[in-house]
Design a protein around this ligand. Sequence first.
Ligand code: AQP
Length: 338
Amino acid sequence: MAEEAKKRVFSGVQPTGKITLGNYLGAIRNWTPLQEQYDCLFCVVDLHSLTVAQVPAELRKNTLDLVALYIACGLDPNKSALFIQSHVHEHAELAWILDTVAYVGELNRMTQFKDKSRKHADNINMGLMNYPVLMASDILLYQTQYVPVGKDQVQHVELTRDIAERFNARYSDTFVVPECLVSKTGSSIKSLQEPTAKMSKSDPNDNAVLSLTDDADAIRRKLRRAVTDSDTDVHCVHHSANKPGVSNLLNIYSLMSGTTVAEAERLFEGKGYGTFKDAVADVVISVLQPIQAEQKRLLADKSYLESVLKDGAEKASCIAQKTLSKVYRKVGLIPKIR
Ligand code: AQP
């Protein structure tokens, strides 16, 4: 009997700055176990990052740093295709076709577009509005079944489903309609300074963000300064609206140590915030230090990283070409004469 084809998983992170603990717990860390079961493609979505102003040299550095970080976090190039979005030109080409299927009204309603338009009022470019269409292209190009993302990206995956269904209804069955995989616990890590807002790598307040490359001193300092509450004891209901700061730290502690939030609460019951924050720092440092060492080692081996990226782009291109030529045929474009 023929072996059943593995279902496909696609996800990516933008190289827009230092990768945060939110990106790690909401996305990258959850990708690693999926490699055993699915046909996985993980991408550094550099084209997306151009929707906000980037310094070209920094973008190049951030992109390679992120590739090395993926591997250091446990993504295995022998199991998954690891590649850079701009190395597979079909992403941008399919996005153009999908642009003719997506409606301005629905793009206008996207929360991220509204947030980023507010934050970058001097640069509300078409790319910022089109971001979800490029993301739909990333996903649909690979006939993806599952998209593991944090909560903030769920709206975009839902739009991707709408676009896929609309295209399929208009031109006959073409795309797999993907589903979100959102982890129950790490899907929304909050800012250390404003714990009702998400932790974001583009946050201008460095104290609000735990970056995966922060050294032990920085991690401890930022956690000590993290906003908690006026009480002195830790006894919070998880995700309590009254104690979002403590709730966020308990969530981080539990995810990084492998205990449940209830166990963590019991452990710190009656203890002051100072002891609690130091314990959170200890566990964050102990998880991040080996990742940082491995990332550093990989970055020193440029030819290895290049070979990973070459293989990843080849594998991705193979699938992408098939989907794009099918799409071009369906919409009525004449295939190139070879
Ligand atoms: N705070 C978070 N908690 C859980 N998951 C998160 N993700 C982002 N922030 C958190 C998830 O990380 C993946 C990659 O995100 P992205 O780089 O594509 O863009 P983003 O969602 O806009 O992330 P940032 O950090 O906020 O980037 P900037 O500041 O550049 O906009 C996604 O799966 C996302 O859900």
